[in-house]
Design a binder for this molecule. Structure first.
Ligand SMILES: [Zn+2]
Length: 363
């Protein structure tokens, strides 16, 4: 297998071997894990050799198309959003208090580094973080020669989880900016948390699975800033991320609003007007995970500034906790002192002050 690329023949061989195993396992649980892994391997094959998407024929009637799109969005989100209604207040408050800044992704300069630089960085960062997290991280990192994939055309990163082999296949998209350093830390964050608790990414309706990784990104940012003494790029990245999460929160609030409007049977004209002026046409998936993740990560980051050991202990406890419902999980997280939006003002004032101090200019 070529380093940091996946070979479809190797994956296909794994898939076929697993298909023979399916139905033969000793327990139902094992069989389910095999089936999930077959699905994941098929997704990986799809990723290596993408099939062309077949778009449905374009509808000639523009007016009915927009209403149809709105209907589809509503039907897609309504069930899940009714489940996460208890988050609405905190996300709305975040949106009210958060201040956007003038920086964006285009401000990050292209820098030269190799894939090995990224691999070395993520290893050294976890080694520096704590013995406990490093040990869990290494359980995944030892497979990096075969399970890590750098992709020039992918934006962000992704983890394919193989529940039977208990391995992660990690994709890191390349932008050739420090974004890539944060992406690899983030994706290994997912893999490390899965080594602490394999159920973490699914439990509590999967709502909290971006919280730990957004926090890890913050620490990776500080770590690498310290190593390189390059304040400009890393502060720019944090500023850009701050804007990203404000956008996520806006999208989440817009979905809540859409559901409210649809269920109050508002007339079509008003519905379309709201839709056009909302974030909904651009809506990415899973925005609620990022909005919530950031709100909680800010609080844990604040604790980390005061007491590193305690903050990492809280993180470990949150990942290890096995809740029955997402509401129970949320209450548990709050019981560790992570109160949504409590330190948002301090966080953004510090960020703004640091940006001024390091004279980060719009390039
Ligand atoms: Zn993630």
């Amino acid at each position: 297998m070529v380093k940091y690329k996946w070979d479809d023949k190797v994956i296909d061989k794994r898939l076929k071997a697993l298909m023979l195993k399916y139905g033969q396992a000793k327990t139902e649980e094992e069989d389910t894990a095999i089936l999930c892994e077959i699905d994941a391997l098929e997704n990986i094959l799809d990723f290596i050799n993408p099939q062309e998407l077949l778009f449905p024929a374009k509808n000639k009637d523009k007016k009915s198309t927009l209403l149809k799109v709105i209907d589809e969005k509503y039907n897609y989100y309504k069930f899940f959003y009714h489940k996460i209604y208890f988050l609405k207040k905190d996300i709305k408050k975040f949106l009210k208090l958060a201040r956007e800044n003038k920086y964006d992704f285009a401000d990050l300069p292209i820098i030269k580094f190799s894939n090995s630089d990224l691999v070395t960085f993520v290893h050294d960062f976890y080694q520096d973080l704590s013995p406990y997290f490093y040990k869990k991280f290494m359980k995944e990192f030892k497979n990096h020669n075969t399970n890590l994939y750098f992709d020039e055309d992918y934006y962000g990163g992704h983890v394919h989880y193989l529940p039977y082999s208990k391995e992660d296949f990690i994709i890191v998209g390349k932008t050739h900016t420090i974004f890539d350093y944060m992406t690899i830390a983030h994706e290994y964050g997912h893999a490390t948390s899965a080594k602490i608790n394999p159920h973490y990414r699914y439990q509590g309706d999967g709502l909290f699975k971006e919280f730990d990784t957004i926090f890890i990104e913050m620490l990776a940012n500080d770590y690498y800033r310290k190593i390189t003494k390059d304040d400009t790029n890393f502060l720019l990245y944090r500023a850009m991320r701050h804007n990203d999460y404000i956008l996520s929160s806006k999208s989440v609030c817009d979905v809540f609003k859409l559901i409210k409007l649809k269920e109050s049977l508002v007339d079509n004209h008003k519905l379309k007007k709201f839709y056009r002026h909302s974030n909904l046409p651009e809506l990415e998936f899973d925005e609620e995970l990022y909005a919530l993740g950031y709100i909680l990560a800010i609080e844990l980051y604040h604790l980390y500034q005061k007491d590193k050991e305690q903050a990492l202990n809280v993180l470990k406890n949150i990942i290890s906790y096995k809740p029955k419902t997402s509401q129970e999980y949320y209450d548990k997280i709050k019981s560790y002192g992570l109160i949504p939006n409590k330190h948002l003002e301090i966080y953004q004032t510090n960020l703004e002050r640091q940006l001024v101090k390091s004279k980060v200019q719009k390039l």
